[in-house]
Structure formats: structure tokens, C-alpha cells
Design a protein around this ligand. Sequence first.
Ligand SMILES: [Ca+2]
Length: 189
Amino acid sequence: MATGHGEGYELSDFLKAKYEHVFVVLFDATHDKVVSRTDFVNLLRKVADIHDSEVSDPSYKILQERIASIMAGLMKGNRAHKSSRPLEMHMNLEEWLTHWSEFVAAAQSRAGWPDTSLDGKVDYSWQKDLMDFLFDVIDLNGDGVIDLAEFTECFAEFDINDWLCETAFKKMTEGTKDVLDRTRFEQIW
Ligand SMILES: [Ca+2]
């Protein structure tokens, strides 16, 4: 039963650190603990760089649309956590962690990928889009699996060093054939 605040679920320190890391590395390019439009523009530039996609290429437009849709989903979901100014297009670290604690609670309660938060207020379809998007970004040669070289090369763009990439990759691929496929990627999300 929930204690006092009625929210109930609290992320473990491990998960908190994990999601905070994702927030800092992937989204908060400006390092002000708030994710806003500028960060998504930076993300788009970075991802376009990784895939040698020029602004004039059709692939750039696709990247742009996918990132815009992820951002819209994230911000729409976040409105449930804001008491005021419902149209604000930014999200702070605390709201981000609240979002994930609800997501984990919903995933545990439904024993699988949840469509919405337990109270039904937050739609999680954008999470699936984000997961697919990240997979496609890291799978540089597009063969449907991520190997260590792709993983390392991609995260070098996000200033993660090779050693850290290798350690993380080993952990994520434990018990598999040293590559990540989409199913495994979803399991470790
Ligand atoms: Ca690949």
C-alpha cells in the first residue's frame, strides 16, 4: 500500500542512477537538469552526424520527425506531473524520474510493456518510439543487431569512453551472442 503521499512506487537507487544517466547523456545537452527544445535540436544534430545525414537529405527529415514525435510524447505525458502551466515544453530531472517510477510500476503490475501509467493519465507509446529510434541510431549498418563496435562508436558521440561502453555492453549482452537485438534491447529498457 502507498504510504502517505499516495504515489506508492519508489525507484531503487540503481534504477534512479540509470534513468538519471540517460537523462544527462541523451537529452540534457545543455546540462541544466532541464530538457527543453534546445536539447532535442542538439540530439537531432548529433544523431544526424552519427549517420552522416545532411539537412538536405530525406533521411534528415525522417530523423527530425521521429525526434519531434518523441519530444511531443514526452512533454504530453509530463503534463500529468505539472500542477501549473500545462503547455510548458520542458521537463526537469525530478519530473523525469517521477515519470520512470510510474513507468516501472506499470510495467511490474502488468508484467510487460505498459501502454499507459496505472492511473491511465500518461500514454507510453512514445517510449516505444524512443526505444525503436535509439535502436536504429545505434545499429549503424542497419542489419538489425547492435554489436560492440557500433555501440562504442555511437556513444563516443555522447562523450562516453570506450571502456565504459565495453563494460555496459558486456552487461547488456550477458548470456547472448555478444550482440543486442531488438528483443533484448526491449528487455533491458
Ligand atoms: Ca548492426
